[in-house]
Design a protein around this ligand. Structure first.
Ligand code: ADP
Ligand code: VHF
Length: 254
């Protein structure tokens, strides 16, 4: 048991850019102000994408190599900028932050898992907010498939968080019928998890790579670890506080 509610917050490039081509300092300020409001009762671990999106603001790489190698190089260029932006803004709100780069394979080795848990516990217990991203130089899983959703679920399970919040660009998961009729309606409480997969439609957001399917698979992992997952609209201001206060529509998967 943790003294504070331990929350893992996953934000994708779409949320961080507010669906534009530039990282939104405003969105990171919105996250910081919410975390600052909640910090007496909650502790946070962030899984953040955005490295490639930041790099694209500054450079255009020439390469005849596969796209994925270019993305890996962009992630390497963008990651320090991303963390710099987080640190600058979080500091203004009195928050301390650090960087951890992980890959799926780190969750397969007992020694690495122990090291991750020990490092992050020291950080969190000293009021540092770990900001985790995939180690894109050595791994390409999330660049290719998953929006960091699976990385978030693996981290949430390993660190035994109390709540996993995935921020995306919709008010959670909508019913397929409501999307098709043009009046999206949020599935607020999931009664039948297996039936959820059938609600996914074949669309993704501008920067998105995994779509809703990868969030549902991430939730399957957290569910197996008895962790509740919320899928919330990170584009809205105050999205986390409002979800905690029950003021907005989002999907809760228990
Ligand atoms: N049933 C559904 N409810 C809501 N969104 C859905 C659904 N099925 C597919 N989607 C798509 O999933 C997208 C969110 O996933 P993704 O594009 O990967 O976003 P992110 O970058 O936030 O991870 C939505 O913008 C929408 O296009
Ligand atoms: N790790 C990389 C990409 C991870 C990923 O695909 O997530 P997203 O940028 O949300 O589609 C990054 O930070 O840009």
């Amino acid at each position: 048991m943790h003294k504070k509610k331990r929350i893992l917050l996953k934000v994708g490039s779409n949320t961080l850019t507010k669906e534009t081509d530039n990282i939104s300092r405003g969105k990171i300020e919105d996250m910081a102000s919410q975390i600052a409001k909640l910090k007496d009762t909650c502790e946070f671990i962030i899984v953040s994408s955005g490295a490639i999106a930041v790099a694209k603001q500054f450079v255009k790489l020439e390469s005849k190599q596969e796209d994925v190698f270019v993305k890996q190089a962009l992630a390497s260029i963008g990651q320090p900028h991303l963390i710099r932006i987080y640190q600058e803004i979080f500091r203004e709100y009195g928050l301390l932050s650090s960087q951890c780069l992980l890959s799926y394979s780190d969750f397969e080795k007992q020694e690495s898992k122990t090291n991750i848990v020990n490092t992050i516990n020291v950080l969190v217990n000293n009021n540092y907010i770990p900001i985790i991203n995939e180690n894109d130089t050595v791994a390409t899983d999330e660049i290719k498939f998953g929006d960091n959703d699976k990385l978030a679920a693996l981290t949430a399970s390993l660190l035994n968080v109390d709540l996993c919040v995935i921020a995306t660009n919709t008010n959670g998961i909508y019913t397929k019928a409501s999307i098709e009729s043009g009046t999206p309606e949020t599935i607020r409480n999931v009664e039948d998890f297996d039936a959820l997969r059938a609600q996914v439609v074949n669309s993704k957001s501008t920067h998105g790579s995994g779509g809703m399917a990868s969030k549902i698979e991430a939730a399957a992992l957290t569910k197996a670890a008895s962790i509740e997952t919320w899928i919330v609209n990170g584009l809205e201001d105050n999205f986390l506080v409002n979800a905690l206060d029950g003021k907005v529509a989002f999907t809760k998967i228990k």
